[in-house]
Design a protein around this ligand. Structure first.
Ligand SMILES: [Zn+2]
Length: 165
């Protein structure tokens, strides 16, 4: 088994598992190598990365060797498929569920400072009060002042009433 660090033309990096380096060349020539992030076919090995090779401890006869090679080829393809599927599922998240989770997390884990948000963030930024998760609201002017001072904050996108519960 050999593992290559691969990269697509969009710059996504991922691992490819192969029976051996010939297996890699074959899959590449047949267009079987695709990026799990963007499905791009222009995939190449990362330069300078030493592949991880898992060696078999036994020395099988040539006939057995043939069988094992065939098996490992299909195995590595199956693994590649499995890995691709898993990565896709991770990316495939309902944005409404994600936003609701984010809102819930902020409401339950962060301190609600309401209209004092601007003062609290500035104090935290200056080290005058302990760093912690807070939420609240700011006026347009306060938001501009935060930007001017390059104080980091995040704006939670609002969910319309049609998404409530
Ligand atoms: Zn890609």
């Amino acid at each position: 088994m050999i593992i290559f660090e691969l990269q697509c033309e969009a710059g996504h990096r991922f691992e490819g598992w192969f029976g051996d380096s010939q297996d890699y060349e074959q899959q590449k020539q047949q267009g079987l190598l695709t990026c799990p992030m963007c499905d791009g076919h222009n995939v190449s090995k990362m330069p300078g990365v030493v592949p991880f090779i898992k060696k078999s401890t036994r020395q099988p006869s040539s006939e057995q060797q043939q069988q094992i090679e065939t098996k490992s080829k299909s195995d590595s393809k199956a693994i590649n498929k499995k890995r691709r599927r898993r990565r896709k599922q991770e990316v495939n998240v309902d944005p409404v569920v994600l936003l609701k989770t984010l809102h819930h997390h902020v409401r339950t884990k962060f301190e609600n400072v309401g209209s004092r948000f601007y003062d609290e963030v500035v104090k935290m930024h200056r080290g005058e009060s302990p760093k912690r998760g807070i939420y609240g609201h700011v006026t347009h002017e306060q938001q501009e002042k935060l930007d001017e001072q390059e104080i980091p904050y995040a704006t939670l996108p609002k969910l319309g009433p049609e998404f409530e519960n």
